[in-house]
Ligand binder design. Sequence first.
Ligand SMILES: Nc1nc2c(ncn2[C@@H]2O[C@H](COP(=O)(O)OP(=O)(O)OP(=O)(O)O)[C@@H](O)[C@H]2O)c(=O)[nH]1
Length: 781
Amino acid sequence: MELAGLAGLLAAVPAVALLGQSGRRHTGAARRAHLLLAAGGALVTAAALAGLATALLTAHHHHDDLVTGSRTLATLMAVGMAFGTVTLLAGTVALPGAARGPAAALRHVLDGLVIAAAIWFVGWVLLARPIRILGSATPYQCAAVILPALLAVVGLGLTGVLALHGHRPRRHSVRVGAGVSLTAIASAGVSGGICRRGDELVLTSVLLLGAGLILVAWAVRAADRPVQVTGDVLERGGAYAVVPMLGVVAALGWHLARGGTLDAYGYFGISVEGLALVARQFLALDDVRRYTVQLRQREKHFRDLAHTDPLTGLANRRGLQLALKADGGPRALIGIDMDGFKTVNDLRGHDVGDAVLAEVGARLRRNLLAGDVAARLGGDEFAVLMHGDDDEAVLAAHRLLAVLGEPYEVDGGQIFLSASVGVASTGELLHDADLALRYAKQRGKNRVEQYQAGYDELLRRRGTLTGELRHAIDRDQLRLVFQPVVALPSMRPVGCEALLRWTHPELGPVRPDEFIPVAEESGLINRIGAWVLENACRQLADWLAAGHDIWMSVNLSPKELHNADYAAQVADILTELGVPPQRLVLEVTEHAVATDMEELVRRLAELRETGVRIALDDFGAGYSSLTQLRTLPVDILKIDHALVAEPESRTGTAAPLVDVVVRLGHRLGLEVLAEGIGTPAQRGVVEEAGCRLGQGSLFGWGVPAEHLESRLRALRPTGPRPLPAPRPAPTATAPARSQLVRLGPGMRQLRALLPTDPGFTAPAGDQNVGSVDSDREMRQG
Ligand SMILES: Nc1nc2c(ncn2[C@@H]2O[C@H](COP(=O)(O)OP(=O)(O)OP(=O)(O)O)[C@@H](O)[C@H]2O)c(=O)[nH]1
């Protein structure tokens, strides 16, 4: 019989060999698991082989010796095979499809123990008194079977857990678990059979053992397929614990009802069940804690995201509102909006716009103190919430204005932008800073305004003005006045600038610097501009018809210039009223020049084609580019009054830059007109510089048409005047000599630049260039 058993065991050998081979073929976790399974299988097989061989050799011994010998042998075999089974179990939990890592494996083992302890206990109830389903066959005298039986139960428990919680597809690891359990059961059978000299049992068990190992080997072949790892606690139900526990309770009740008592094996089963459940509970709590921490971290991450602006990484509006709610000492809010940012998007594309915004964010962040919060409120609008009082806030605002006004290096080019800044340090910070910011925009941008209680009133007034301005034309509230432009040095009026006046019946006279921005913002400027142009031209036509030798200057809003058929409108009016186009001068401000150059050049060129002349107003008051000046199709350069009124500098001359700009203008073939001449001294300086056209209070304020007309009448007509030749078209190939120069009352940079410009070594007689009036005046003079 033992021989048959030995033969049966041979089936196990190839299975072990297959496992070993599979282990060598794999790497990583699979290799470890397969080798463990191979080693376990080999140990079980070796122990069984050794036991059977010993039993065969000692078969002829005396009966008493035989009984004791069998028990000893069975015990030894059981221990040997138990080692093998433990190794097999370890290999099973180590399979990649079983558990994700050691922690998950430990959880599987404990879950398995919960099931195993229940099976053990139910088995014990069935085998123990009073039920004893095996009757006298219960191998009580063979303690040797207990160890493999115990491991078989653990194997079954583990298989159950793998069926419930293994990674998908689960069938491979379940098959391995089942094979290992079968091997363990067979081990118990073999040791039991040897102990009780039950040949059939030995034979059957040996065959089962082989079958178990073959099942393992077969299942392992597929066990290294990719598995779907799900480690979420939410996936784990409690059924694996509830069902065994109910089984234990039912079995115990049945056992006690039949008058049974608990012996050591029963206690053991119940204790293991309880301890395994408690241990599992600890681990489950630990899992829950870990997941809670993870959830909190994620929640924080999403909360942060909800309060962060993705482009700049600064806080967003909600983030700023949160920061505003937090308590703290004295605080101030600095509201910032980039000026003319839309142009960056329009000219350079949205990506460049984004890069500029990101850089604005970075500059703000670099200029924060600890505890300050910078935020992007949307578009090109930013805010800085800082600790400090009024004065500190205004100081910080000016610093930010300077920092944000530095050129932006994007995409290999420079972008020039300024910002408008509003500061509030009491009250509704967000609201007040916004009001101050809007006020800064209205007052010409690129400046800091501090909130004052009057702003609400100011903005309300703007609302009223917008409403009233809508009807100003229909209700005949607009008037034109005309400020003379005189030839120097004779001070004879040769032209005039039409200036708009608005007198409201209730509000009284409204200043142009108040209502013109309102008109621009509300879009009314186009209607109003058309009205001004038409009425100015009508007046001009009258004067020309009356034989006066004069030209008319009309201010042009950048918004009107954007209008694609503006040039056509101008041409229509001129034709309709029969005004020679050369008699009309359209003035654009430097402000318009600083924005979209290409469009501006195109529009101005269209206008010039109609024959009108273009004047560049307020030159020297803000930003200007010398390159732009050369590219722009303009005929007249109007020197800003700030330059004319500049006091003596360290060189000892008053208005030192007038001379420079006049020479620059003449050099570029432009007529030059000095604005804001208020004193004979200023007139002297301007004349000295060679400027032949002047305008200012010294020669007359803006007056009604009749007043100017009487002045004109007083002058004896001197026949038709030659009109200035149009300026030659700018040459596109001329190299740019400078980029952007900040002109202004200081104009130091221009001064520093010009003498080194080879094109600027002006000949002594260049003062007459392009100035017909000065020619004539000189002849007269
Ligand atoms: N590139 C980019 N542009 C944006 C983004 N959000 C808004 N903008 C643009 O930013 C511009 C902001 O316009 P405004 O502030 O009204 O106009 P502005 O040209 O700066 O004029 P002022 O503020 O009056 O000087 C709009 O043209 C928007 O389309 C953004 O995330 N990226």
